[in-house]
Design a protein around this ligand. Structure first.
Ligand SMILES: [Zn+2]
Length: 327
């Protein structure tokens, strides 16, 4: 990119020289006119390069096209484009860009399989999120029902222990009655009451146990449902990873410089507004003549994996590269 830029400038400088030479020939030389010292070729090249440097005057840009399938309005996209341009201006304290209606560097949002895939990945990921939420609430319900079962079970055990104590007392009383004279009507009645009470207690224990079994069945159902969800979630996660994560990363944007004054920024893919801001900032960097940087955190790194998404921060390497481009 930069090699091409230099070449086109050299050509236009030569054109400029030819032009100067023809002017001086037409005029001819005269002693009455002061002699003009022509700058040497290298001086001209330097002058030309300086005046044509990226930062000499603000670069015009405009939002040329945005496919509605990106789901962004023109105004929203413009806002993000302007923010991206402003990152470089702020970092360099320079007036680098001017937004126009239809002149300068066009920015086009080109919708193709890349963004389509990103959006279906987003939908998939939302579904996974909803499965995970259902799992969370099922899991909570399971824990609660298990705790409930445990406390009911210990209540049941206490009831059974108390029953056994009462029954032992009753059996002792019965033995005493059988071994005794068996004549006291009061004792006989008391024994009858004890038996009735034990029978009632036993019925209550049976009812308690029946409810406990129902509760246990419901706990078990929740556990089965929970495990089914875990299996479903894991399947979906594998499918998601196979479909979207294991694939090769692709270009999210591109700065195309296809000839003199013919360049454009193409945006293909982003998965959030801050990601779009990062991609645009990266492509604006190219438009300033900045190439890729090795620093993985640099906005100008070729693979956008380690840069700060959320709040775009130009690293020192980015700013140094800007200074060099603007020298
Ligand atoms: Zn790049």
């Amino acid at each position: 990119m930069r090699r091409f830029l230099l070449l086109s400038l050299t050509l236009s400088t030569l054109g400029f020289l030819v032009f100067l030479a023809s002017v001086s020939l037409e005029r001819g030389e005269s002693d009455l006119l002061p002699r003009i010292e022509l700058p040497t070729i290298s001086e001209i090249i330097n002058l030309e390069l300086k005046s044509s440097k990226t930062c000499a005057k603000p670069k015009k840009y405009y939002l040329a096209e945005i496919d509605p399938r990106f789901g962004l309005t023109l105004a929203e996209a413009k806002g993000i484009v302007d923010t991206a341009a402003a990152h470089w201006e702020k970092a360099g304290s320079l007036d680098l860009f001017t937004e126009t209606v239809d002149s300068g560097l066009p920015i086009r949002f080109v919708f193709d399989s890349r963004q389509a895939k990103t959006q279906s990945a987003q939908e998939f990921s939302d579904q996974l999120e909803s499965i995970a939420q259902t799992y969370e609430s099922l899991s909570l319900a399971y824990d609660t029902s298990l705790q409930n079962y445990d406390s009911r079970l210990s209540g049941y055990k206490n009831l059974v222990s108390a029953f056994e104590v009462e029954r032992a007392i009753y059996q002792e009383a019965i033995s005493a009655w059988n071994n005794g004279p068996r004549t006291n009507k009061n004792t006989y009645q008391e024994l009858g009451q004890m038996k009735n009470s034990l029978d009632n207690d036993w019925l209550a224990i049976e009812e308690f146990e029946k409810n406990l079994r129902l509760l246990l069945a419901s706990v078990e159902n929740t556990r089965v449902a929970l495990n089914e969800f875990v299996a479903l979630y894991n399947d979906q996660i594998s499918l998601y990873n196979d479909t979207y994560v294991a694939n090769e990363p692709f270009e999210a944007g591109e700065y195309v410089h296809s000839g003199l004054n013919r360049s454009e920024i193409l945006i293909y893919q982003f998965n959030s507004r801050s990601h779009l801001e990062l991609v645009l900032t990266h492509e604006f960097g190219h438009s300033l003549g900045i190439g890729h940087l090795d620093n993985p955190a640099a906005v100008m790194n070729a693979m956008s994996f380690e840069q700060s998404i959320g709040e775009i921060v130009l690293t020192k390497d980015d700013v140094d590269a800007l200074r060099e481009a603007c020298l």
